[in-house]
Design a protein around this ligand. Structure first.
Ligand code: ADP
Ligand code: MG
Length: 394
């Protein structure tokens, strides 16, 4: 789950990670009032969307309007907010269709002496969080990783103990920070390292992490992703979820207890089990096709879930055919066959449907499908199924 910058900064503040004062606004008037309240003379109006690259991004049909604007009066704050709210902002991370800006964050201006980078993710090989910092802040870190990987410094830390003092010293040396700056950095790194662990984050990215003219370290940006599998431990975070930022079909699937990820191919896949879903996508690719989605109805899928899964698949206009690949382990093939027949009656299939069933009660399941009037192409095994669906959508 992702959250907005203004929400992330609120959590940072509570956790002792230094941020600037800021006020969120959903109208131009609120933005002007926020500027006055912050007291000027300089403030920054920042579009709130779940995507980075806002500083260089522009509003559709208004290339003059950037996603991050420095303002020097309440009138300028109002104008910047007016140019952003309810408009679509396109950045390198949104895709060409852009994302609608519902709110802006009006933040105090900052006297930036240096722009650094900070990121924390899980190092799966080391089974630990890894804190990464770089002198190359404010730019795309992917480009630094590619061209100058030696400018990214990493420290893995034990989640139970947090970041150690010696690790902070090492990083400060590499970043060229000393004296008062190093004290501020020590507090900052420890607090943000602890934040990552306490909230079960999968990513925290602060780009830029700035050092002010008077040597203080401050988070100027905040990109936070929480691990969905740990959200049950953080009920308070659920209020921060912004459904308007999420793919509607994925939200629908998650409500039905399905794991669904929309992709850009044309073959819908209905599979039980994440491993089988992955290999189904692989084999479709192998035979020259492109999956329209990843969909795992789960080991114990029931009729309602299968019907809902078909609804979701068939509502995607790119879906030109569906491959059902079910291994009846916990779920019986007869249950799946009955669900298929039911789904065909209630929704009606207008695209070719290839079905491969295997496992518990497979003979009975196949018989049910044969005797029904559902128009299916049956397949004997997974290779046969992949070839048939690829041919059918061509
Ligand atoms: P994004 O990563 O989406 O482009 P950022 O929050 O990193 O958005 O802002 C882009 C740039 O705007 C920053 O690199 C920084 O130079 C400038 N900036 C952002 N917030 C402030 C602020 N409060 N004061 C001064 N400059 C800012
Ligand atoms: Mg940024």
């Amino acid at each position: 789950m992702k959250i907005h910058e203004f929400q992330g900064k609120q959590l940072f503040r509570q956790a002792g990670v230094p941020v600037l004062d800021g006020i969120v606004a959903s109208t131009a008037d609120e933005a002007a009032a926020a500027y006055k309240k912050l007291g000027g003379p300089i403030a920054v109006v920042k579009a709130q969307i779940h995507a980075g690259g806002r500083g260089k991004g522009t509003v559709i049909d208004n290339p003059e309007q950037k996603g991050v604007v420095i303002v020097k009066s309440a009138e300028q704050a109002r104008a910047a907010a007016k140019g952003l709210i309810d408009k679509k902002l396109v950045t390198i991370q949104t895709g060409p269709e852009g994302k609608t800006v519902n709110r802006v964050f009006v933040e105090a201006g900052c006297d930036i002496a240096r722009e650094l980078y900070l990121g924390i993710i899980i190092d799966r090989a080391a089974c630990k969080p890894v804190l990464m910092v770089s002198t190359e802040g404010g730019v795309e870190i992917e480009a630094v990783a590619e061209k100058n990987p030696e400018l990214i410094f990493k420290e893995r830390y034990n989640p139970a103990y947090g970041i150690d003092a010696f690790q902070v010293r090492k990083l400060c040396k590499k970043l060229g920070i000393s004296g008062e700056g190093a004290k501020s950095a020590a507090k900052f790194f420890k607090a943000v390292g602890q934040f990552f662990v306490d909230y079960d984050c999968s990513m925290v990215e602060i780009n830029p992490l700035v050092i002010t003219g008077d040597g203080k370290m401050i988070a100027l940006d905040a990109k936070i992703t929480f691990d969905d599998n740990a959200l049950f431990r953080h009920k308070d975070l659920l209020d921060l979820r912004d459904w308007s930022e999420e793919e509607p079909s994925e939200v629908r699937a998650s409500d039905a207890g399905l794991s669904y990820v929309k992709l850009d191919g044309n073959i819908g896949c209905l599979v039980n089990g994440a491993g089988l879903a992955m290999s189904t996508m692989d084999i479709i690719k192998y035979h020259g096709g492109n999956p329209a989605n990843f969909l795992d109805v789960g080991g114990g899928a029931n009729a309602q879930q299968v019907t809902e899964a078909f609804r979701i698949l068939l509502s995607d206009p790119n879906c030109k055919g569906v491959l059902v690949n079910i291994f009846g382990g916990i779920a019986r093939c007869t249950t799946i066959a009955a669900a298929l027949i039911e789904a065909s009656k209630t929704i009606g299939f207008k695209v070719p449907l290839v079905v491969r069933l295997e496992g518990t009660e497979v003979e009975e399941g196949r018989k049910m499908l044969e005797e029904s009037d559902v128009d299916i192409i049956s397949a004997v095994d997974i290779t046969d199924a992949a070839k048939k669906i690829v041919a059918a959508v061509q």
